[in-house]
Design a protein around this ligand. Structure first.
Ligand SMILES: Nc1ncnc2c1ncn2[C@@H]1O[C@H](COP(=O)(O)OP(=O)(O)O)[C@@H](O)[C@H]1O
Ligand SMILES: [Mg+2]
Length: 407
């Protein structure tokens, strides 16, 4: 009897353990599959190394076939001094690839993956054409800039961006590549503005429809400070130094706003303001790294002036006007401005009292907090720029003094 109950007990224990074990495995399986499903559906639109390498392989195929040209093609396709590192884009956005070029990091960009997706310049369609005159080229480029950026540029501004391509023996291929780049708003903007602004990315070179720009420390929405301060100014030993760096960056944002509002022949509107679209150089200069949604005044007016039934039809990302209910047309003039959006989407994250008080406080922090709140809610009639600028400069001095007293 005793032997029987002992055996029965062992059997019961065995079954219990087996059931526990099975349950454990089933729940692990469910957990892993759910995780994979969520991960896949969240990141399915993220680029992969395989497809990005294929895109560059396609570009090199075109280069070897003699269909594209550019000063970086040899390094990318022949000497392999330009090497793929990883991709940074989401589908169906533009292709953004990080690469190593002679030991330093650069970024390759193109609106579309294949060269064939761009239109060929109409002058090249006349196959017997042996060359193209300066004036023909000038008109072509001027028309393209008018189409893409909505700008009428003087000849002396257009000449430098045409480079020397048409004199090369390979001029047809060079022209076709140049044309694929000219169809990309961002390339044109970088190219036109890089000599005039510290707040625009430098173009390093091109190959076919890809252009290479300098690699900088880009912003990230998930960071409390939005930018990786350690990466640019080294380890910040205390909160005061971090706050000083943030205020330096804020001053640079203001400088960019002033320049984009006043220094070009037309105001430049930024309609996609978020930390990811800006980067900082080592000297804490702010740089606009994504200019797909940057528009000069004439194009901005064209974009805004649409039919509407209510104000919400007149919102274009971070740029808006209002609906005139007599004409059912949106106003052509943007009713907010770059500073208002930057205060709302960037400065508000930095100058909250909780963050400022978590470090060493400084006398102007409450005023700064209030000024940023007001600026974020301002309209074009308000002029918060000067007050904000003065407050930031004064805060810079206060923090500088403290850092010197307590290094
Ligand atoms: N010059 C650059 N230096 C460092 N990172 C960059 C640079 N250009 C782009 N990136 C990174 O790649 C991301 C996507 O580039 P972006 O031009 O913003 O493309 P998209 O139009 O798809 O938003 C950016 O948010 C940034 O993180
Ligand atoms: Mg972007």
């Amino acid at each position: 009897m005793r032997v029987f109950s002992f055996k029965w007990l062992r059997l019961k224990l065995f079954w219990r353990n087996t059931i526990f074990f099975l349950l454990f495995w089933v729940s692990c399986w469910i957990f892993v599959n759910t995780f994979l499903y969520v991960h896949r559906s969240m990141f399915s639109d993220h680029c992969t190394d395989e497809e990005s390498k294929d895109i560059l392989a396609g570009l090199c195929y075109d280069y070897i076939e003699g269909a594209v040209a550019g000063d970086l093609c040899e390094d990318l396709c022949v000497t392999h001094q330009l090497v793929y590192k990883h991709c940074l884009y989401y589908h169906p956005g533009k292709k953004v690839i990080e690469a190593d070029w002679h030991g330093s990091t650069i970024i390759l960009k193109s609106k579309s993956e294949a060269f064939s997706n761009f239109m060929a310049p109409f002058l090249l369609e006349e196959s017997d054409k042996q060359t193209v005159s300066d004036s023909e080229l000038l008109v072509m480029v001027a028309v393209e800039i008018k189409n893409v950026l909505g700008l009428d540029l003087p000849n002396n501004t257009i000449m430098p961006i045409m480079a020397e391509r048409k004199r090369s023996p390979n001029w047809k291929v060079e022209m076709a590549s140049m044309w694929s780049l000219f169809q990309q708003e961002e390339y044109l903007l970088f190219n036109l503005l890089q000599d005039f602004s510290r707040h625009v990315l430098h173009v390093i070179g091109t190959c076919g429809h890809f252009y290479a720009v300098e690699f900088l420390s880009a912003g990230h929405a998930w960071r409390q400070s939005l930018f990786n301060l350690e990466e640019v100014v080294g380890q910040c030993s205390n909160d005061q130094k971090r706050m000083k760096a943030l205020i330096d960056i804020a001053v640079s944002f203001l400088d960019m706003v002033r320049q984009f509002d006043n220094d070009f022949s037309h105001r430049l509107h930024l309609c996609d303001v978020k930390p990811e679209n800006f980067a900082i150089r080592n000297d804490l200069t702010v740089v606009a790294i994504d200019m797909d949604m940057a528009f000069f005044e004439p194009k901005m007016q064209n974009i805004l002036e649409q039919k509407c039934t209510s104000d919400k039809d007149c919102n274009f990302f971070d740029c808006f006007s209002t609906c005139d209910l007599n004409t059912y047309m949106c106003g052509a003039q943007r009713e907010n401005n770059n500073l208002q959006v930057i205060c709302d989407k960037i400065f508000r994250r930095w100058f909250t009292l909780s963050i400022m008080k978590s470090g060493n406080s400084f006398p102007l922090q409450e005023k700064l907090h209030k000024a940023v709140q007001q600026c974020a809610q301002s309209t074009n009639k308000d002029t918060p720029y000067i007050e904000l600028y003065k407050l930031l400069r004064a805060s810079q001095k206060q923090l500088q003094k403290r850092n010197e007293e307590h290094p």
